[in-house]
Design a protein around this ligand. Sequence first.
Ligand code: 13P
Ligand code: ZN
Ligand code: NA
Length: 266
Amino acid sequence: MRQLTSERKGLLATNFYNLETLHGVLAAAKETNQPVVLQLTSSSIDYMGLHTAVELARTGLKEFGVEGWIHLDHGSSVELAQSCLDVGFDSVMIDGSELAFEENIRITREVVKRAQAYNANVEAELGYVAKLGQSHEAQVFTQAEEAKVFVEETGVDALAVAIGTAHGFYKKEPQLQFNLLKDIHATVDTILVLHGGSGVPEEQLRKAITLGICKVNLATEIKNIFIKTLQATLNGEEIDLRKIFPVATHSVTQLVKEKLLVVQNN
Ligand code: 13P
Ligand code: ZN
Ligand code: NA
């Protein structure tokens, strides 16, 4: 992944929720011949079951012949990160962004220590990217100097930064803090992650990658296009889900192909 940083190309990290969204993403990665990170949140893990979810992703990557990594998104506890490491995740996020600085360092360090035994990567978050449905005002920008200390103290491989994005769609167009990103990139020696990728205009995504973002997370747009397409398809007599779902899967593929091109051909 560090190699990608120096080439100034981004890596797209997509959340998946079921077989269909997974296959939609994998088809896009295959068609564009690009690598992809397959992410699971704890709600997606609860929905599919941990073993099922990880096996789906693992066999999917093989079956589609795609280079990819399986990643825990917004892990809320050391125990959840540990369970994911145990079943073979390539990387885990420990999200201590709502904790006090010292406590965030402490749990992140603990996950880094555990992940080393599995040769897995760890992502953490400093500053606060507003969660789904929260107002944009909930965000707290990442401070470059604090991030430097955090990365040195924890040894994380990747850091989620709060630079003006939020999870979910935006009420008005986001304004990414590019000067802040430049500062962080100049100060901090780790892979930088942009959360809240849905709804960020293409030019801002490109610019963020040019200025130091490596991993770009995308979730809401995938859920949105899948369900909207399904709703539009479900108006006839057809009950064979194997005919209906592929239409929605295909719409995910089209979306992710576009995003992969933006992120990779930066
Ligand atoms: P969006 O839902 O805004 O794409 O954010 C995704 C994300 O950050 C997953 O961690
Ligand atoms: Zn996120
Ligand atoms: Na978003």
